[in-house]
Design a protein around this ligand. Sequence first.
Ligand code: NIG
Ligand code: FE
Length: 412
Amino acid sequence: MTWDILITNIKGLAQVRDNTPSVLAGSAMAELPVLENAYLAIADGKIADYGEMQSLANPSADQIIDAKGRFVFPSFVDSHTHLVFAASREEEFVMKIKGASYAEIAAKGGGILNSAQKLQRMSEDELYERSLVRAFEIMKTGTGAVEIKSGYGLTVEDELKMLRVARKIGRETPLKVKTTFLGAHAVPKSLTKDKYIQLVIEEMIPAVAEEKLADYIDVFCEEGFFSPGETEQICEAGKKFGMRPRIHANQLHRSGGVQVGVKLNAISVDHLENIGEEEIKALQSSSTIPTALPGAAFFLNLSYPPARDIMNAGLPLAIASDYNPGSSPSGNMSLMVALACVKMRMTPEEAFNAATINTAAAMEILETHGSITRGKTANVCITKPIPTLSYIPYSFGAQLVDQVIINGALIG
Ligand code: NIG
Ligand code: FE
């Protein structure tokens, strides 16, 4: 057997599992299996084999990568992004530094409406080109699968435009992409909320479904945006077209978003900066995956989700980037893992599990992604020489992912 790529002398092959669990919850999150002095073989875009170096007999491969002193782990799965957007918003960043709150900026026509205005004026081709740059940026920092939301269009045509761009990224790059319709992200100035909800339900959802542009439906369930009742109404409409809900919940207030997410059988509820015992209790009676977005909590200077309480309650926890121009202008998952460790007191093992297996579960791609398992898609990160895997979150901000293989091909 000749493999396409053989990685040898791996100091530690992390997240290696012969059988993948469905999701990692509670104390199971603390265990990250690592095979020392290992090899990994790739063929036809899949993980063909792995094991200890001493068991590697007569290796034959088109390309051999010597990973002496390096760790190899499955590429990150980023289950919550707004990767498709027109332009950055660093002017609001400066306003925030000077004391304006997220809600105040939004009320002044900044925030999501600012991004929508810029996106509405941009052609689909240019939007694609700009988003493609970000897609390669995140691949190079180790992301191999990504969820991408709409929500900066806010008109039928512009929401479709965003989702077409997201789908094209999935077709034209090695990234595994799942898409989410987030028409209910904000209410445009030209319409009342009731009229806009009507537009979302009666026109946007059917049009998105017609072109098969979205796998999921999301709502920004938040005071000043959409209430739990409205969230339910919109998600129920999406469900009729096969879009399973995933919800922006409890970012700025205890908005009831978690409870409505559980009621809707959402695949995940994301943000969770403002949750307590009630929300945790609701999650315990569900299969909804709580997801923290530490980049957004960091950037907006918010409190962080109570990760330890969530895990102590026997729940899973996923970590995603929320890459977007307003509240988390970074899609660097190593940094998200570092923030999870430093600010949410997760161990590196818990954080790596949260950003690989649990986000893969939250994207419903665990059969193919999230772990080093025979037959799964060959999506792996090779680090620079480092002493331990914990060194990655420890030296936060450093780019320690050196080489990335996605779908069995090295990303240049
Ligand atoms: O996930 N919370 C809502 N949406 C984004 C931010 C959107 C923006 O400010 O552009 C988020 O944080
Ligand atoms: Fe978000």
